[in-house]
Design a protein around this ligand. Structure first.
Ligand code: TXA
Ligand code: MG
Length: 324
C-alpha cells in the first residue's frame, strides 16, 4: 500500500521521502495545480517504464517533462523569443510548451517517445520544490489508470493506484482540475495540441498571434492516444442534454433548470453561477461521484465552448467516445 504524506504538515519529510523513491527509480504521485501526476526521473529508462506499467498504458506516448524553472528548462530545450515570452508570462502554470530537444540533454527517449521535441511544463507549488531538490526533470502523466478519469485528489490516486505505488503526496484538491494546455512552438508558429487549464485566448493575447488548431487526423500523429476513448467513467456519457431521463445522473452547469432533472438519480452542478474556472476544477471529481452513484448514464448539460470551456468540452467528448 502507498504511504500518503500530507505536505501541508510534513513538507520536509515529503521532499526527502519523494527524493528517495525517485532516486530509487520508482514513481511517486505528486500534486500539481492541474491534476495529480505520476512522476518519475525523466533521465532513467527503468523509472519511465514503471510509469507505463503502473498506468497500464498500452503504448509509449511522449510524456510531459516537469522542470523547476525556466533556467532548468533551458538546459533541456531550445527556446526562441516567442517560447521565452510565453514561458515568462505563464510559468509556473498550466501551460506545456513542445520545443526542440537539445541533443545530449539526458532526457531519455522513452520520455519523448523518440521525438526530437520535448513537452515541458513548470508546475506551481510543491512539485516545483521537489524538482528543485531532486534536480532532474520529472516525467509525469496524470496519476490514474490509462483511459480512466484523471485524479484531482490524493484519495482519487489512492483508490486507483494505491496498491501499485510506494508514495502519494497529498496537497488537497487540484486547483485547476484539468490538465495543462499544450502548445507546440515551431518556426514562429503556435499550434494548440491539447486545450487545457490555460485558456487559448490568454495565450493568443500574450503571443500577439492566433493559435493554429489541429485537424483531427494530424492530431493523432502528433499526440498518439489523445483521440481514443479517455477519461472514461464506467457509466455511459451523454452530452449536451436538454432533458434528463429518469434514473440518469445529471451534471448541470449554470443557473438554468433542465427539463426532467427532478427525475435524476443524482444531481450535481459544476458551477451554479456559470463560472467555467469553477466548473473545470469540479469536472473530474463530479464525474467520479456520478459514476459511483451506479447510474447507467451520466447526462451533461451543454457547456459553453469559450475560455476553459474548450478544455472541458474536449475531455467530455473523449469521455463520451466509443470504448475500445
Ligand atoms: O497537467 C498536465 O499536463 C498533467 C500534469 C500531471 O502535469 N500531465 C499530463 O501528462 O497530462 P500526459 O502524459 O497525460 O500528457 C502527455 C501529452 C501526450 O499525450 C502528448 O499529447 C503531449 O503531452 N506531448 C508530450 N510531449 C510531446 C511532444 N514532444 N510532442 C507532442 N506532444 C507531446
Ligand atoms: Mg491523463
Amino acid at each position: 500500500m502507498a504511504r500518503i504524506i500530507d505536505i501541508a504538515e510534513h513538507k520536509e519529510e515529503a521532499l526527502s521521502a519523494a527524493s528517495a523513491v525517485l532516486g530509487d527509480g520508482h514513481p511517486v504521485a505528486i500534486p500539481t495545480e492541474t491534476v495529480y501526476g505520476l512522476a518519475a526521473d525523466a533521465t532513467n529508462p527503468a523509472a519511465i517504464t514503471r510509469i507505463y506499467e503502473t498506468k497500464g498504458r498500452p503504448q509509449f506516448n511522449p510524456l510531459i517533462c516537469h522542470m523547476a524553472d525556466l533556467a532548468m528548462a533551458e538546459r533541456y530545450a531550445v527556446f526562441d523569443p516567442l517560447s521565452r515570452a510565453l514561458a515568462q508570462a505563464f510559468w509556473p502554470g498550466p501551460l506545456t510548451l513542445v520545443l526542440p530537444l537539445k541533443p545530449e540533454s539526458g532526457i531519455h527517449a522513452l520520455a519523448t517517445a523518440g521525438l526530437d521535441t520535448v513537452g515541458i511544463r513548470i508546475p506551481k507549488g510543491f512539485a516545483g520544490d521537489l524538482i528543485r531538490a531532486f534536480d532532474r526533470p520529472l516525467a509525469a502523466p496524470s496519476a490514474n489508470t490509462s483511459g480512466k478519469i484523471s485524479a484531482t485528489s490524493a484519495a482519487h490516486v489512492d483508490d486507483d493506484l494505491g496498491g501499485k505505488i510506494r508514495l502519494i503526496l497529498d496537497a488537497g484538491a487540484s486547483k485547476v482540475g484539468v490538465e495543462s494546455t499544450i502548445v507546440k512552438v515551431e518556426n514562429g508558429e503556435l499550434t494548440l495540441l491539447r486545450p487545457g487549464g490555460l485558456a487559448a485566448a490568454e495565450i493568443e493575447r500574450v503571443a500577439g498571434k492566433r493559435l493554429r488548431r489541429q485537424k483531427k487526423a494530424s492530431a493523432a500523429i502528433e499526440a498518439p492516444g489523445m483521440l481514443a476513448s479517455h477519461y472514461a467513467p464506467g457509466a455511459a456519457v451523454r452530452l449536451d442534454a436538454s432533458t434528463i431521463a429518469a434514473g440518469e445522473a445529471a451534471i448541470l452547469f449554470g443557473p438554468r433548470d433542465i427539463e426532467g432533472m427532478e427525475k435524476a438519480a443524482m444531481r450535481l452542478n459544476l458551477s451554479p453561477a456559470g463560472d467555467l474556472t469553477e466548473a473545470a476544477a469540479n469536472l473530474f471529481d463530479y464525474m467520479k461521484k456520478a459514476d459511483a452513484s451506479g447510474a447507467a448514464t451520466i447526462a451533461f448539460a451543454p457547456i459553453p465552448d469559450e475560455g476553459l470551456g474548450e478544455a472541458i468540452n474536449d475531455r467530455l467528448r473523449r469521455a463520451a467516445a466509443p470504448r475500445e
